[in-house]
Write a protein that binds this ligand. Sequence first.
Ligand SMILES: Cc1cc2nc3c(=O)[nH]c(=O)nc-3n(C[C@H](O)[C@H](O)[C@H](O)COP(=O)(O)O)c2cc1C
Length: 445
Amino acid sequence: MSTGRDIQGRIYRAGLFGTRPTVPTSYDELEAAAQRRMSAEAWSYVYGGAGLQSTVRANREALDRVRLVPRYLVDVEQRDLSVDLLGRRLSSPLLLAPIGVLEMAHPDAEYAVARAARELDVPMVISTQGSVAMEETARTLGATPRLFQLYWSRDEDVVRSFVQRAESIGADAIVVTLDTHLLGWRTRDLDLGYLPFARAEGIAQYTSDPAFRALVEGRVATPAQGRGASADAGEVRPSLRQIPAALRALSSMRRHWPEAAPGSGSGSGSGRRRVGLGDPRPRAAVETFLDVFSRSDLTWADLARLREMTRLPIMVKGVQHRGDARLALEHGVDGLVVSNHGGRQVDGAIGSLEALPGVVEEVDGRVPVLFDSGIRGGADVVKALALGARAVLVGRPWVYGLALAGEAGVRAVLEHLLAELDLTLGLVGVRTAADLGPHVLAGAA
Ligand SMILES: Cc1cc2nc3c(=O)[nH]c(=O)nc-3n(C[C@H](O)[C@H](O)[C@H](O)COP(=O)(O)O)c2cc1C
């Protein structure tokens, strides 16, 4: 793996020939460049948080409040970023956070991300709301470690099927996201009237799933049955003026039904089979998804059912209270992710980093604690590890890289993060990521 100096050197050498990084190293520039590139809907969906966006701000404020205190004349010539996680040695403490609907950022979506992850050996947490079926993403990842993030569906056959598929793609763990059993009040998306899933974006794990497809076929066969309240309550008949938008939405649904995907079906010369205009399944798939996406009646005791479904380690993502860390341990989880979903769920909440020390203390080394929400640079990773995180999940930054330059953009963002992490580690006087601890933080003795 390239060191921070290698990456720095490459950028400066290119500068001698007048070439500047196409993907900015400075986070503000990265964000601004991505905003210029992305549609208003995609930008709002990725950048936005819940309500007044105050948790998004709190995530950064919490990271900014923690300060590093460098030490010098320590031999840090050979640095080592590797960490242990779930019986594996990872080459760095970075993982790609599960991010849904990547097609909004770039048409290559997970294909581009998985290729970049593979090149840099950065594990990927594959999202339930992927734009690409998990088997395809896994194939693209090659031997790169992958975990599967689970949104616990209202339909247990779908849950079971997702878990089995995660096993068969070689996932190292199931990461159950706790914080999104309801969708937060996301004002930016609401003001655009934009929910990607309603256009069948980000539901590829479902439309590729036999259990989910059986639900869709059942719905089509017996339209009155099996519907929750959500499906038809929002039924709107378009006025003349609204027809073009409604047709675009319908066409998106048809495009996302797997039989319409390139390379699917047999004997179609172009590799793309037309899904007939009268085929009710694409629309039924969206309605079925909206019905089964999530449930709010689960309790800690339900984890036992998931445990029966799989021998894979189970992690929970979204822990913010040490009491929940205690309950998670009591219910036998194998790891925790301290996260507030990047401030997208509860407005007015604490910054995620504020939750980390209490959770780490509660867990007391029994299982690994991972961290996300607000990681923007290598120094942030150093801070989270110093406070006891084993590794961090990186979210929005690489999505912006994806929007700017596809695979190369994801790769550039990750390389920049790894470079800054490596350099910061050395500059604070610590040789290995595993040696980071509170001694590098202000306030330590
Ligand atoms: C556009 C977007 C989509 C996301 N989709 C998912 C998802 O499908 N599953 C999940 O568990 N978390 C999802 N998250 C949350 C991330 O996994 C992670 O917790 C969050 O991005 C961390 O915040 P940060 O990006 O500000 O650092 C999503 C976040 C964003 C920004």
